[in-house]
Structure formats: C-alpha cells, structure tokens
Design a protein around this ligand. Structure first.
Ligand SMILES: [Zn+2]
Length: 105
C-alpha cells in the first residue's frame, strides 16, 4: 500500500488499478456466501490514489449526483424556455414590421 504525502484521505490507498484488483479478487475468493458486499476501486480526485468502496456506498453517491444534475437540467430548461419566448417575440415583431412595410409602403 502506498501513502502519498500531502493527502488528506484517510481511506486505504492503492498505487494503481492493478493493485486494487488483486485485493478485490482476494476478497471475493474469501468472502462467505451470504456476504453480498461488492467492492469496487476508484481513482480519488483528492489524493490521486486508488481507494476501495463498496458498491452500495458508491450508488448512494451517484444518486446524489444524479439528483443534483436533474435540478440543473430543470433550471436549464426554464432558462431555455424564457430565451425561446424572447426569440419568438422578437421574430414575430420583426415579421410584423416586415409585413407592415410591404402592405403600407
Ligand atoms: Zn483519496
């Protein structure tokens, strides 16, 4: 196991994906049948080391991210609708002016 200086992570650190895979393989071989825990390795953005996470733990993090993204999408859609309306207003006004110019030259 490697420990890099200046890192704030308290989780066990692994040098690379290969090292972590060896650990996961060992874990899977030794775990009992009713232990359904699934381990996964991921690259940490904070310390650039690999950590272990159980899949359920990871799913929770993903769910929170997905929820936040849904919020962003909704707010983007609102902004888009507003802008669309402005464009439509502008276009119909321009069209109206053009027709007026043609009819009342
Ligand atoms: Zn880390």
């Amino acid at each position: 196991m490697d420990t890099k200086p200046l890192s704030t992570c308290t989780k066990s650190k692994y040098r690379d994906e290969n090292q972590i895979q060896i650990f996961i393989d060992k874990f899977n071989k030794t775990k009992s049948k009713n232990n359904t825990k699934v381990l996964r390795g991921y690259l940490c953005e904070k310390c650039t080391c690999w950590h272990l996470t159980s899949l359920s733990e990871h799913n929770k993090q993903d769910e929170a991210k997905i929820k936040a993204l849904h919020g962003e999408i909704a707010s983007c859609k609102k902004t888009l609708t507003k802008r669309k309306n402005i464009i439509l207003e502008y276009e119909s006004e321009t069209l109206f002016q053009a027709i007026k110019r043609i009819l009342f030259k």
